[in-house]
Structures are given as C-alpha cells and as structure tokens.
Design a protein around this ligand. Structure first.
Ligand SMILES: [Zn+2]
Length: 415
C-alpha cells in the first residue's frame, strides 16, 4: 500500500465536517491536483471529546460515499505509541509513530557499537547530491547522533512491529514523527535517523521532523524564512539520497505537522517540492474546529450565543486549557477582549476576529489560539454544540470547505 504523492491531513474533532472537508479535495481535483485526504485524530483529542477511532472511520467512509470520491483516503492514528495504539488498530490505515519522547534515551551499548560500525563509511566529508557544502561527519558526531536518536528509532520499530503483527504488512501507511520537541533535527541527523529506520526495517512513507521556527497552533509560522527554506530543501535532498542508499520506500516524503495556517512557508514548500518533483504531507487539525465556531457565530441567534459562551468559558479557564499546548501556542493575554466585550459583538465581528485573514484589522491571533485549544469546552456542551452544527450545517460547512481550499490548498499549490 502506497500513499499518493500529495496528501493532506485533516482533523475533525466532532466528526461532523468530513463532507465539507472532502469537498475541498474534490475542488482541488477539478483543478488538476490529486490530493489524498487523511483524517487524523490523536489519542489526546479522542480523550478530550470522548470519541473513538471508529467514529473517525465512519465519518470518513460516509463522506467518501456521499461525494462519490474515487481516490485514496486514509484514517490516521495520529501521534500514537505502544501505550495507546491498540484502540486504533481496526479503524486506522495510517499510523503516526510518535517517538519524540524517546529522543535522548540511550540505546544498549552493543546497538550503539553496531550503529557506529554500520556508518563508519560515512566518516569524513558526506556529500549529498544537490547540497553544495559537504557535511563533516566525525566519529564523535556519529556517536552523539547514536546516543540521541538510536533508541527512538528502535522504539519506532517496536511500535511498527506491534501494528504489523495485528494488521497485515501492506494494510497501512507508516509515518514516523519527532516533531514535538524543542530542537529541530538537522539534515545530517535526519540522514542517520533514516539509516537506522531502514536498518530496523521500518517502512516509513512519511517522516515528520521538527523544523526550525515556531509552528504555533492555527496561526502563521514564526521564524527565519531563509533558514527554513534551506533546511526544508536539504531535508528533501537527504531523503532522496537516503532512499537510494538505504532502500527505504521510494515515495518517502516529508510530513509537516501543525501545518494549519503556515501561510508564510506554503509558497516556499510549494516551490521546492515542484523544483525536485517531490511529494508532501501537510498535517492540519484544529483549523476545522475554528471554522465551526466561525460558522456558528455567523449563523446568529442561539448559535452566536454558543460561540460567545465558548469564548467566555475559554477565557475563564485559559491557564488550564493552554497548559498541555504550552510549546505550541503564544497567547498575549493583554490583547484578549473580555467576555463582556465579546458578548456585545455581532456575528460578523466575532467571525472576523477569529478567521485567519491577517489583513483584516479585526483579526486577533491570540483570540484564535485560545479558541484553538478550547475544543474541550464545546465537547463538554455535548448535544447543545453538535445539534447546532447539524442545524447550521450549510453555513458551517461553507466555512470549513472555503478555509481548506482557498486559504490552504490554493496557497501551497499556487492554484
Ligand atoms: Zn505532530
């Protein structure tokens, strides 16, 4: 089983927007871009909204039927590990093996020795085709990489084997993620991580490193664009070389996590994948939930009241809601309106404050990030929230579909 060249991860926290999301892919296809939808949901999201992976699968299957989608599609067990993978086995056919927590744990001494012996031939100047400057690989650099990453790749192999034992080998796509850490992995580290994954027979088709810069939830990229461009380009060339050198799946591609709304880097990524004719996987999640809230605000009436209630509760619980996301949000509390102020807004003002259009003077990135992490509040509202989604399905779906197509897909592929 091989995933198509371009794929896009979408989150649907409350499992009501699969049709609206898929309609954006239908539109892309009409414009000549074959994009594979991948519905992703992590264990944490399932826990917060008290859902199970079978619901994600069901919503995806229904949408595919309803829109008569003939292309590939997948359901991603996002950021799983050995402790929680079992409940995803039946419903998922894409697994994101998250080994970030294992970076820095030291592998057994004999495994490190074997890694050193296997990679001895790269000591000296490592020349990757396409990269102007060779990388200096010393014995001490190799050892540092082994101590930092070998155990994590072994953990990826343990998770992979666990899934493979329960599901047939060719029945799922494997992604390896290391993005939820503070330090980006360098291209040379990536090279040896790939060597180890290949050696351990983990058939990764996508890999999600931590890139330079901040990938805050639902807002734009913050960081050095030039540095990002160089790193992204070098990673692509390293993957290309590693695939040939180590025999990894030839369609192995980069996966960009927290990819929602990274408008500043979309044109850069688009340009480079075009230059080298490479694929990409862009993983987004909470952006759809935000569009639901925008749609409810625009619907007015009791739906606008729900949107206001969500904000009021979010601001009263801001510290609790932000804590699990501390490394991926930057909320400036001084710019947040009070709940009373928001209660006086009309739907349009609320929508403009939340919608990610940077040129709109009402847009407030802190407001957006707060709502982004506040989906638990809506989950706690239960039927009140989901009934409103059903009642205002058309206006909500329009927001979801437009956001995905106009502000994401069009920008990445330059349509
Ligand atoms: Zn991630």
């Amino acid at each position: 089983m091989k995933i198509g060249k371009y794929s896009w991860g979408i989150g649907d926290r409350f499992a009501h927007q699969a049709v609206a999301q898929l309609s954006a892919f239908v539109k892309a296809k009409e414009k000549g871009i074959e994009l594979v939808p991948v519905w992703n949901k992590s264990n944490r999201e399932h826990t917060y909204v008290q859902s199970v992976p079978a619901q994600t699968r069901e919503a995806a299957d229904i949408a595919v039927k309803e829109l008569d989608w003939k292309g590939q599609y997948f359901v991603d067990a996002d950021h799983i590990n050995l402790n929680n993978v079992d409940k995803f086995i039946d419903a998922s056919d894409f697994f994101t093996l998250d080994v970030a927590d294992y970076i820095g744990k030291e592998a057994a001494a004999e495994d490190i020795e074997k890694f050193m012996a296997d990679n001895k031939k790269f000591i000296g100047k490592l020349q990757i085709p396409g990269i102007a400057h060779p990388f200096d690989v010393t014995e001490s650099l190799l050892k540092t990489i082994a101590k930092k990453f070998l155990f994590a790749t072994q953990e990826a192999a343990r998770i992979y084997q666990h899934i493979e034992a329960k599901k047939r080998k060719d029945k799922f796509i494997t992604e390896v993620s290391m993005d939820e850490v503070n330090d980006p992995q360098t291209p040379v580290e990536m090279f040896f991580i790939l060597q180890s994954l290949a050696n351990l027979k983990v058939p990764a088709q996508t890999i999600a490193p931590k890139f330079t810069g901040r990938f805050n939830k639902g807002v734009d990229y913050v960081g050095n664009l030039q540095k990002f461009e160089q790193e992204f380009e070098e990673d692509i060339l390293v993957i290309d070389y590693a695939v040939k050198e180590f025999g990894l799946p030839e369609n192995l591609k980069l996966s960009i996590h927290s990819g929602s709304d990274k408008f500043a880097i979309y044109p850069i990524m688009g340009k480079i994948i075009k230059k080298y004719n490479k694929g990409i996987h862009v993983k987004t999640a909470g952006t759809t939930w935000l569009e639901e809230v925008i749609g409810l605000a625009l619907a007015g009436n009791e739906a606008l009241e729900i949107a206001k209630k969500i904000y009021a509760k979010s601001i009263s619980k801001i510290d609790e809601l932000s804590a699990p996301y501390a490394t991926v949000i930057d909320i400036d509390k001084s710019t947040l309106p009070t709940a009373e102020e928001v209660n006086n807004w009309d739907g349009e003002k609320y929508a403009q404050t939340l919608r990610h259009i940077q040129s709109n003077k009402n847009f407030n990135p802190s407001f957006r990030q707060l709502i982004h992490v506040a989906y638990k509040i809506a989950a706690d509202m239960g039927d009140t929230y989901t009934n409103a989604l059903k009642k205002y399905k058309i206006i909500v779906g329009q927001q979801v579909s437009e956001n995905l197509y106009d502000r994401h897909i069009v920008v990445l592929f330059g349509l």
